[in-house]
Each structure stands twice: as C-alpha cells, then as structure tokens.
Design a protein around this ligand. Structure first.
Ligand code: ZN
Length: 191
C-alpha cells in the first residue's frame, strides 16, 4: 500500500510539472533486446520490482506498453483504477486478483476474488478498481502486464471503502517519473 505521506510528497512534485506529455523517440531502439539487460526500476512500490519492457515515456511507444513485475511473498499493488485496458500474463508463482466494479456505488466496496497461478492470464476492465496480491508465502509472483494507450493515468485508493471521487490521481506513475518531461523543462533543454 502506498502511504498517504508518500502520495502527498509525490503530488507536490507533480505540481511543478505541466500536463503536456513528451514521448521519447524509439528511432534508436534496437529491434531485438534481451529482457535480462533491461533497466530495472527497482522497488517503486514496496514488495514489487518493476521493469518497463517497452514504454511510452521510456521508449516512445504510442499505443501499448509492456511491463515485467516481480512481487515478493505477501506483496501487493495498491487498490487502484485506470481508464486503459490491462492484461496480465503470469509466468511464475500464484496470487489473487481483487476486482470491484466502479459503476453503481460511491466506493468499490467488497471486491470479487479471482485466484490465479503460473500460466494464468487475466484482464482488468477499464476503470474497475482492482488489486493484485502475491498470496503465496514462499514464492515470488512474476507477470507481464500489457496496457493500452500509455502513459498510464493512475488513481490510488486508500482502501476499498475510499470513495471513487477521493482516489488520488498519480501521473506520471512512479517508474515513469524519471522519463517525464514537462513542456517547461523541454524548452529549457533547448537552450
Ligand atoms: Zn491496474
């Protein structure tokens, strides 16, 4: 769970950035790359190691983005939603997807539980609140994530009873922050 203090600090950082997105260029990107040699973003969420395999702000892709994440035993994403489509492909371990519809109530409420394991694939409907847990006490959980229309606009809930309207917007997401260029910093780069 992202602490509220972390989110406040992050929001203060965002206040200095404009909403204009500056994509990287993938002109120089090798066609074939080895995922073992990709930049590790490390533990951007406690218990979750993140690698952007192919991203918008990091590599210049416009329509889709691919991540590889490894979740330690007991680790989990925050409860969150986003308006992009999201598909998971589980390559190792096991866990549970918690999923609540965003329509019809002020807050997510009790989520449905969907257990999954190695070779499972699952998707998250657009804007539905969800959370992924590694419920295995002994083994890492590892999965690829594919999202549409990057970069992701994330909304983070304190818990399942947080009103949808009180979910905290996070943009850029934590691993995109170092690639994010506001219009003001882009123009200063040109000097
Ligand atoms: Zn998600």
């Amino acid at each position: 769970m992202i602490s509220s203090q972390l989110i406040v600090v992050y929001l203060l950082f965002l206040l200095t950035a404009s909403a204009e997105v500056s994509y990287a260029s993938n002109d120089e990107l090798p066609v074939v790359r080895n995922i073992r040699e990709l930049n590790q973003d490390g533990e951007t969420i406690p218990g979750i190691s993140h690698i952007t395999v192919a991203g918008a702000l990091s590599h210049g892709f416009k329509e889709i983005e691919v991540w590889l994440e490894t979740v330690a035993p007991g680790g989990h994403t925050p409860v969150h939603r986003h308006d992009c489509e999201e598909i998971f492909v589980v390559v190792k371990g096991s866990g549970t997807l918690y999923l609540a519809s965003t329509t019809g109530s002020e807050f997510p409420g009790s989520p449905k539980e969907f257990p999954f394991s190695t070779n499972s694939t699952f998707h998250v409907p657009q804007n539905d609140a969800h959370q992924v847990w590694n419920t295995n006490r002994f083994e890492d959980l590892q999965y690829f994530v594919v999202i549409s229309r990057p970069p992701m606009n994330l909304f983070v809930y304190e818990d399942w009873l947080t009103p949808h309207s009180a979910a905290v917007p996070v943009f850029p997401v934590m691993w995109d922050a170092k690639h994010y260029k506001s219009s003001s910093s882009a123009s200063s780069d040109e000097l």
